[in-house]
Design a protein around this ligand. Structure first.
Ligand code: ZN
Length: 266
């Protein structure tokens, strides 16, 4: 059984989501024989099918926050899964004053639901999951998912002091970087290239590989490959700008680029 990640989309933010210049299907993971998706935005199911992944064999999903570019396909995918787990920032699954749950009652009833908040540590399907704090304008959680390999996902949000301490010893650290180098971030919005460098430089136990994704038009116009190189130079850690359908072998950290073929459908 391979341990791997496949990006079912690498776009982020309202404008790229609506334009679909990069897809927005989230990150599909196979780890220790389990299959799940992190932040399945619009097109997650369709893009999974384009490369012949079958959500009917998946074990669950992670949701970092309620924004549609990270969550809109959750119910669609859960429709196919048997006894799935849902690890979700609690507003994604619990009614609250300001947010409707994004996972329906029906889909929650057929699942093992973990409604989480920052600082939680839970065991899910054999994984140790640590829920990290994110500084984003709606309630958001990141995740460190530890099996035989450790995946860190900071989710949306700007860098805050001490963030790096929550992501020690990751094999892969996935950062949603929407602001190019030398540009200022807005409070509680999105991480910049310069912040990503700061975060990793300060980390004691650094990741083996950094992957940036969830790209805005701003990042795409600034050339995400150039921006990844700037992070790599600034941190000394190999950094990759994710592409739609790109695969990362978690055992070797080799990158596989694949093009989805129209004839691969079904
Ligand atoms: Zn967001």
């Amino acid at each position: 059984m391979p341990n791997r990640l496949i990006f079912l989309g690498t776009g982020g933010g309202r404008h790229v989501m609506l334009a679909q210049v990069r897809k927005t299907g989230g990150i599909y993971v196979e780890l220790d024989g389990k299959k799940f998706v992190i932040d399945p935005g619009p097109g997650s199911l369709v893009n999974a099918r384009r490369i012949k992944l079958n959500p009917e064999n998946w074990n669950g999903l992670f949701l970092s926050h309620v924004h549609p570019d990270n969550s809109s396909d959750a119910d669609v995918l859960l429709d196919g899964m048997k006894e799935p787990f849902i690890v979700a920032e609690r507003h994604c699954v619990k009614p609250s004053r300001d947010f409707y749950p994004i996972v329906s009652k029906y889909h929650q009833e057929k699942a093992n639901v973990y409604a989480v908040k920052e600082g939680d540590r839970i065991k899910v399907n054999g994984f140790d999951v640590f829920v990290t704090k994110a500084d984003h304008y709606d309630p958001t959680a990141g995740f460190v998912i530890k099996g035989s390999k450790t995946i860190g996902y900071a989710a949306d949000g700007v860098y805050y002091k001490g963030q790096e301490r929550q992501f020690s010893d990751c094999d892969v650290l996935i950062l949603n970087v929407l602001v190019p180098t030398k540009m200022k971030t807005e409070p509680h919005k999105h991480m910049s290239v310069d912040e990503a460098i700061k975060m990793v430089k300060k980390a004691k136990n650094k990741p083996k590989l950094i992957v940036i994704q969830h790209f805005s038009f701003w990042m795409l116009r600034a050339d995400v490959y150039v921006q990844a190189k700037i992070i790599e130079k600034g941190t000394g850690i190999k950094t990759v700008a994710a592409e739609d359908f790109m695969e990362i072998d978690l055992d070797t950290l080799k990158i596989v680029k694949r093009k989805a073929q129209e004839q691969d459908w079904l």
